[in-house]
Design a protein around this ligand. Sequence first.
Ligand code: SF4
Ligand code: SF4
Length: 423
Amino acid sequence: MSKLSPVLGLVRGRTPGQLIIQITDRCNATCPQCSMRVSNNFSRSSLSFKKCRDIIDRAAKNGVQALSITGGEPLLYLDDVCELMAYARSAGIQYTRTGTNGYFLRNPDKPGFIDHVKRSVEKLANAGIRNFWISIDSAVPSVHESMRGFDGVIKGIEKALPIFHQAGLYPTANMGINRNLGGLNNNIFTSTHVPATPGEEQDYVACVEEGLRSFFSLVANLGFTIVNFCYPMSVDTDEKGLEAVYPASSVESVIRFSKKEKSLLFKALLNTVPQYRSALRIFSPLSSLYTLLQVYNGKEMAPFPCRGGINYFFINASDGQTYPCGYRGMDNLGSYRQGISTTVPKAFCTRCDWECFRDPSELFGPIVHGFREPLSLLKKYKRDATYYRLWRDDLRYYKRCDFFNGNRAFDLKRLETYSPPAH
Ligand code: SF4
Ligand code: SF4
């Protein structure tokens, strides 16, 4: 692929392609927010190394630039994952990403812990993985550990992060937003009562903000330098006509939020994230948070269409088939290796908030739109200048963050002078 290809792609309305391979739906954690937890009884599957490698070959030919290997718990297949990631890099896929629920960081006081961690980290670093996430569910260590079912894992993460850094890998703290974010005493947020008065709404936002502040402080103290949020995926499937491809969501109240709560949640994120941008590399784009806030507030705001099914795809572990994303189970696009079906219309879709696809779609949206429909972009800009102010700020901030290159050391000096935009 020539160096001009990504630019030509943007002119033609295509952002760099992204592929998520769910290598397995096996997992050893107990997370209440996810139906793949170990206690759930269903027939589990994994994709073979060869199948994944063939998919990567095809992805590289298709010009895919970003590859994620997810699970279940991907590191149950540590050697395969590392080999596949290295293979993808050598095939020209630059942005490689995988992660863990942290199970191999349990028992930090056991003899041999450091050596055992060093061996795994060395494999991950040698594979040239660009971004590596470690999930953190709560600002309160004991709450996180009881959700995951991993005693002592927070101390293990703290001990392991310097080893990662030494090997040139700067992991991301990945928070899937849930009601235990600020701990179990964060009452307004942990309760499922939907705020009904302006006073209750204000208290709710303040409560989430407090939880977020504690979370940022925990992850910074542990030694993380990159943070990402996954937005709640309690999709009203009936209403939106969606059908989850894989069991990543749950019916448990810990992860289910009403529309009103989501609007307050996005408000709290939009207020809090900018305050910590000068201390941590926080991926969640303000332009996305702002768009979601407007949408949940019922304001007229057309988000940029999601690239899911256009040039972002998801490969499911249980049937090995390709889907536009993890939430359009009714749109089976067939085998990625053999060439996916083109019969499913490349629809304008904004039916869920899956950050893996929605955040980059929102970030690339103005660029793609600018090349294809400059006038309509101008109109959009005039209607909502705040969005564009936040979007420009996102790009400037991303540059300061080396575009979240998890192989680059944290340069706090470049972030310290960042000042949040008005919105
Ligand atoms: S959230 Fe991740 S670690 Fe937790 S049960 Fe689901 S797949 Fe496993
Ligand atoms: S918005 Fe994107 S991720 Fe969500 S259902 Fe539509 S294509 Fe899938």
